[in-house]
Design a protein around this ligand. Structure first.
Ligand code: MG
Length: 211
């Protein structure tokens, strides 16, 4: 079991049409990136901490791509050579703070960047994971199925995301691209247990506690 230690976490917003719709967002013309800090990372089995006073906090089940080596300006055709592997991740989001940021035009950093807001599984090496373009993603909250999607529903596929991200910043070994969440997001509460599985990549289970 090997965990990545990313220098940066590059997230993609609105990469599944049904999820964009459930939050009343338009589908973008090109990938919409934002960053989470490395300090938001926790591992399988660790607790997500709900920040005091932050209001609603949501789960977002996602496939993460782990970068293999330093890369800048790679084409889509060459992108897969720079994939070390994949992981299961949860782009935990303080939704009330994000909505406020959208209204005011402020960045999403606060709503996405709290400590414990990026649970990750160990890395599944690319050779063992196989083709990542049609994998089932499922999230269960306290045993109840809440999200069920497939990576084939991505608006911008992994090749495009790697190429687009590397067009404006150097990607380093271990960096993670979180590829967006399918529909079905909802709120976390203290005492919850969140289980995410991505077919042939692995699973990730986290508890939820009050801050
Ligand atoms: Mg997300």
């Amino acid at each position: 079991m090997v965990y990545t230690e990313p220098t940066k976490i590059i997230c993609v917003g609105r990469n599944y049409a049904q999820h964009a719709k459930e939050l009343n967002n338009a589908v973008p013309d090109e990938p919409m990136f934002f960053l989470k800090p490395p300090s938001s990372v926790i591992h399988d089995g660790q607790d997500i901490v709900l920040p005091r006073g932050a209001g609603r906090v949501d789960f977002e089940a996602e496939l993460g791509v782990v970068i293999a080596d330093r890369v800048r300006g790679v084409s889509e055709a060459g992108a897969m050579e720079h994939v070390l592997g994949y992981l299961v991740c949860n782009d935990v989001t303080a939704r009330d703070l994000q909505e406020k940021a959208k209204r005011t035009g402020y960045p999403w950093s606060v709503s996405k960047g709290f400590d414990t807001f990026f649970p990750i599984s160990p890395i599944r090496m690319a050779a063992d994971a196989g083709d990542p373009s049609a994998l089932d993603i499922e999230l269960r909250l306290n045993g109840e199925l809440k999200q069920k999607g497939n990576t084939s529903g991505m608006i911008f596929p992994i090749l495009r995301l790697i190429s687009a991200a590397s067009s404006f910043m150097t990607l380093e070994r271990g960096d993670v691209i979180a590829t967006g969440t399918p529909a079905g997001i909802s709120q976390l509460h203290a005492g919850d247990r969140v289980e995410i599985t991505v077919e042939s990549v692995g699973s990730l289970t986290n508890g939820v506690v009050e801050g």
